[in-house]
Design a protein around this ligand. Structure first.
Ligand code: KG4
Ligand code: ZN
Length: 345
């Protein structure tokens, strides 16, 4: 029997819906919320409101792209959409994330599941980031290691099977994405600064300025010191220094973050003996990190896997692929389960 999943992701400031049939992604629609740019960060109340506005059009678009032969072009209410009849289960992001944002996606998924009489699958957002690596045809064999780097998390995960994932290292303070965004703010760049640092870094010298790397035991990370060290460094400079050195500053900050990440990843490979290595999460869209992982993989004899850009930042395709494995394992969730902002694995 074919397995069709409709998945919804709404954990932060992207509203996304995806259809996956037998492990193949047929659509992955994402509505970005630009309203937060003017506030220098995601405003939770505004994010929830924007999810409410986006969710129906985004789900309709995901169904239309997946099943073009049945396209209704919004001519009738979503619930009467013939495309929904072919769906076997509705999946949604249950945790972690902004609670108001999670509630919109969860409630929408539950309502759809009840009205269609289909099972529900609750998905852990961080597990889904890791399993984004199982979307392409060329995917890592188990066991593999995954460096998951996002706006809220920095983890090294040992994956023994799709549903057997163990966090073996993580940040003790800021996430890698926060390190990008907070240092970008010090450099006068708008939120989210990560992609802009990436852009300016391409034209800069990564060794021009040196920032201290923290000495943290085991496979754990720390990024809060980097922000402070960039702040103290900038305070000592003359006016106009940032503007004239923006490219070199971005390249040097980015280089430091990548060094911190890759050194720990190398340690994880040495300790586990696992040489299939993936990256995931929003920061894995960073061109320096992608190139750095590839270079290190070639040098160390690893097999490396890097998801397509659209599967790195928040997206529902990763929720759909995770739900596909959960469906096969019979891991369904009840209507009583609620989303939670924080969640252990
Ligand atoms: O996974 P994600 O989309 O959302 C969370 O679950 O947090 O990650 C968002 C983070 C932000 O901190 C953003 O600045 C960072 O990913 N990011 C990047 C790049 N693209 C997104 N950081 C560095 N370089 C990029 N190209
Ligand atoms: Zn994420």
């Amino acid at each position: 029997m074919s397995i069709s999943i409709l998945a919804i992701e709404s954990s932060c400031d992207e509203t996304s819906a995806s259809v996956c049939v037998d492990g193949r992604i047929l659509s992955n629609c994402i509505a970005n919320q630009t309203i937060h740019e003017r506030y220098g960060g995601v405003v939770p109340e505004l994010a929830s409101r924007a999810h409410m506005q986006n969710i129906v059009p985004v789900v309709s678009a995901a169904l239309d792209i997946a099943f073009p032969e049945h396209t209704t072009r919004n001519a009738q209410p979503l619930i009467h959409n013939p495309q929904l009849a072919t769906i076997n289960a509705i999946a949604y992001t249950q945790s972690p994330g902004l609670i108001g944002s999670l509630l919109v996606g969860a409630q929408f998924a539950k309502s759809l599941a009840v009205s269609l009489d289909k099972p529900l699958i609750a998905v852990h957002h961080m597990q889904a980031h890791v399993l984004a690596n199982l979307i392409p045809e060329e995917r890592p064999a188990f066991p593999f290691l995954c460096l998951t780097v996002s706006g809220g998390h920095t983890q090294i995960v040992l994956a023994r099977s799709p549903l057997d994932l163990k966090v073996i290292g993580e940040t003790i303070d800021d996430a890698a994405g926060e390190a990008f965004d907070k240092t970008a703010k010090l450099l006068g760049l708008p939120y989210p600064g990560g992609p802009l640092v990436d852009k300016y870094a391409k034209e800069g010298d990564p060794k021009k300025f040196k920032f201290a790397e923290p000495q943290i035991p085991e496979l754990n990370f720390s990024f809060s010191g980097l922000k402070t060290s960039v702040l103290y460094f900038l305070q000592k400079q003359e006016q106009g220094f940032i503007e004239t050195n923006r490219n070199d500053l971005c390249a040097s900050v980015q280089y430091t973050i990548i060094q911190i990440l890759l050194k720990k990843l190398k340690k994880a490979v040495t300790e586990t003996g696992v040489k299939n290595v993936c990256i995931a999460g929003g920061v894995s869209a960073n061109s320096g990190l992608r190139a750095g992982l590839q270079q290190m993989g070639e040098k160390e004899g690893w097999k490396t896997y890097i998801p397509k850009f659209e599967y790195c930042t928040d997206n529902a395709a990763m929720i759909a692929i995770t739900a596909y494995y959960k469906y096969q394992a019979g891991e369904f969730s009840s209507l009583e389960e609620s989303p939670s902002a924080r969640a252990e694995w």
